[in-house]
Design a protein around this ligand. Structure first.
Ligand code: FES
Length: 247
């Protein structure tokens, strides 16, 4: 199939950027979206032009490195799918696709479709860890964890930190990300020592990074490739209230 791509090209953070139109020719429907961009880039390199910059690592939907907007939707039109796992069979010959980086003040563009997501790292550094001395691996049943808590913690831990939630949110809020990271530790016994400090510090860092507030649009949940539930934001709010009541 042949496609028309309108790609955001931006040399660096200071460059105003612009859309440039490219032809993607002879694209196999079994290719992933990133493999299609690899083909376009090989062509650009062969012509001595600068290839389109985009992030990727695992290309298996597990690392959270990839991500950009395709026709205004974070990670593209396929639900619960990262852009590296999105296959070209979901598009038609002749389709026109607009590719843009995540748009958020806290995610400055580095180049083309690549944004700086180190704000997420700083939110994790503010509390997304446990500091108990775990020593060697304990016997699995030493610390009983209620089944419901274990399952909810695992659901929250599925967050790969790609940033799609921020890109989709009209407020550029990172509350779904922050809530998932708070929840997966606060729900488990190992996360209890820092439980209240964690939620206070991570939310404070979220705000300091310039992310907006959650006003329950739900766009984040709709585009999340790991289908992290909006309910985790409710859990975060309850944890924040509990931590405030403790003084
Ligand atoms: S490259 Fe790892 S999730 Fe897409």
């Amino acid at each position: 199939m042949n496609l028309i791509l309108k790609v955001w090209r931006q040399k660096n953070a200071a460059d105003p950027g612009r859309f440039v139109t490219y032809q993607a020719r002879d694209i196999n429907e079994h290719m992933s979206f990133l493999e299609m961009l690899d083909v376009v880039n090989e062509d650009l390199i062969a012509r001595g032009e600068d290839p389109i910059a985009f992030d990727s690592d695992c290309r298996e939907g597990i690392c959270g490195t990839c991500g950009f907007m395709i026709n205004g939707i974070a990670h593209g039109p396929q639900r619960a799918t990262t852009v590296c796992q999105l296959h070209m069979r979901h598009f038609k010959d002749g389709d026109e696709l607009v590719l843009e980086p995540w748009r958020a003040a806290a995610f400055p563009v580095i180049k083309d479709l690549v944004v700086d997501r180190s704000a997420f790292d700083r939110i994790i550094q503010a509390g997304g860890y446990i500091s108990v001395n775990t020593g060697s691996a304990p016997e699995a049943n030493t610390i009983p964890v209620p089944k419901e808590h274990a399952e909810r913690a695992l659901d929250a831990a599925a967050c790969i930190g790609c940033g799609a939630c921020v890109a989709a949110c009209p407020n550029a809020s990172a509350m779904l990300f922050t809530a998932a990271k708070v929840a997966h530790l606060n729900l488990l016994p190992q996360g209890q020592p820092e439980r209240f400090r964690r939620v206070r510090n991570m939310v404070a860092q979220h705000d300091a990074e310039g992310f907006g507030h959650c006003t329950n649009h739900g766009e984040c949940e709709a585009v999340c490739p790991k289908q992290i539930s909006l309910n985790f934001i409710a859990l975060l709010n309850r944890e924040l209230l509990r931590s405030a009541l403790r003084g």
